[in-house]
Design a binder for this molecule. Structure first.
Ligand SMILES: *Cc1c(COP(=O)(O)O)cnc(C)c1O
Length: 396
């Protein structure tokens, strides 16, 4: 099956009772045994559920893996993978990873003795220097959040393997439509299905995908032992969302390009971060390892925190909200919102400053998106608004 056919059909054939075309929601905690020691394949929903299994087979097929675990959130997926390691193991992590990932790694370092180093993985020589005898994994996020830096999954995976370490990729930002890390040598893929895979901002979910039998057994053991499985209804929603992954991703990317080009020429924008622009420092790398550039665009306003706040307050179509990857456009401020939980030193080193605004570009008409941003970037009005506010205060 080709990718687009898999989004619709992989794993989706589970109703032997009535032949429903869509996978039923098996909203049950437990399953009746046929006889002692004999089930129809499921005994208890923490350990396995037909709706969840359909989603797991679907996501595994899209990534080209052999097994997946569908779990309750993206962070649960990351937690699951961290349980592949033990006290004293060393993990090399992308320096500008998702804020929640950094917070969780910090907890594992403090409480369970994992060793963590943050490295700018665009620079392979510094990655090489950071490798220790106990390095067991590279934690790769590309493009990164929110600055959309791109790192070389092929080279990094090779380097990890030379040192007996695993290459783990958080593929949330692109989805398997735009990037398939197994084809580039990665060993484990994690997703927040909350984002593009579900795509409709109505579920939190996560997934881990593996490509060898030993990892598959460990994965299924841990998902059950840790009790992380996603609910049947949430799995059903994500499965439903994935059916339109391909047309959605095409629209996200078309709109993201239009917005990135518009912002690039705007007098009140200092810098635009979008790997699809030729001016992006890793544009060529992105072209060579990705099937598309995705729908995330970040930019720096010309000015400071006040101008950034003005823009964040002024959009009418872009909703001021965390998260990304849904059909509706969102705007957010990494230092005050998505990356507020990140260690401030690390955040600064990663180049995430107060001027940075992150956009998740939805699939609305791009003309409306541009118009909305244009009016929000008209700072002149800010003075007028605060003038008026000052006057009101005086009158009071
Ligand atoms: C959102 C996100 C996560 C965490 O996922 P949740 O579903 O919010 O728990 C992890 N990694 C990346 C890149 C994300 O964007």
């Amino acid at each position: 099956m080709h990718f687009q056919t898999s989004t619709i059909h992989a794993g989706v054939d589970k109703d032997s009772a009535f032949n429903s075309v869509i996978t039923p929601i098996y909203q049950t905690s437990t399953f009746r045994f046929e006889n002692i020691g004999q089930t129809k394949g499921f005994d208890y929903t923490r350990s396995g559920n037909p709706t969840r299994k359909a989603l797991e087979e679907n996501i595994a097929a899209l990534e080209g893996g052999i097994s997946a675990a569908a779990v309750s959130t993206g962070m649960a997926a990351i937690t699951l993978v961290l349980h592949f390691f033990k006290t004293g193991d060393h993990i090399l992590c992308t320096h500008d990873c998702y804020g929640g990932t950094e917070r969780l790694l910090r907890t594992y370092r403090e409480q369970f003795g994992l060793e963590i180093s943050y490295i700018d993985m665009r620079d392979l020589s510094s990655v090489r220097k950071a490798i220790r005898p106990n390095t067991k994994a590279f934690w790769i996020e590309t493009p990164s959040n929110p600055l959309l830096n791109v790192v070389d999954i092929r080279e990094l995976s090779q380097l990890a393997h030379q040192h007996g370490a695993l290459s783990i990729v958080d593929n949330t930002f692109l989805s398997p439509f735009n990037q398939r890390p197994f084809e580039l040598g990665a060993d484990i893929i994690v997703h927040s299905t909350t984002k593009y895979l579900n795509g409709h901002s109505d579920v939190v979910g996560g997934a881990v995908v593996v490509k060898n039998q030993q990892h598959a057994e460990r994965l299924q053991f841990l998902a059950n032992a840790l009790g992380q499985g996603a609910s049947p209804f949430d799995c059903w929603l994500v499965l439903r969302g994935i059916k339109t992954l391909v047309p959605r991703m095409k629209e996200h990317e078309r709109n993201a390009r239009v917005v990135a080009e518009f912002l690039s020429t705007h007098p009140h924008v200092r810098k635009v971060y979008y790997p699809g622009l030729e001016s992006h420092p890793q544009h060529e790398l992105a072209k060579s390892q990705q099937y598309g550039f995705g729908g995330m665009v970040s930019f720096e306003v010309d000015g400071g925190i006040e101008e950034a706040k003005y823009v964040l307050r002024s959009t009418k179509i872009f909703a001021l909200a965390e998260s990304l990857g849904g059909v509706e456009s969102l705007i957010e401020h990494p230092t005050m919102m998505s990356h507020a939980s990140m260690n401030p030193d690390l955040r600064e080193k990663a180049g995430i400053n107060e001027r940075v605004i992150r956009l998740s570009i939805g699939i609305e008409d791009p003309n409306d998106l541009i118009e909305d941003l244009d009016q929000a970037l008209t700072f002149e009005r800010r003075t007028r608004v605060s003038d008026r506010a000052a006057k009101v205060q005086v009158e009071c």
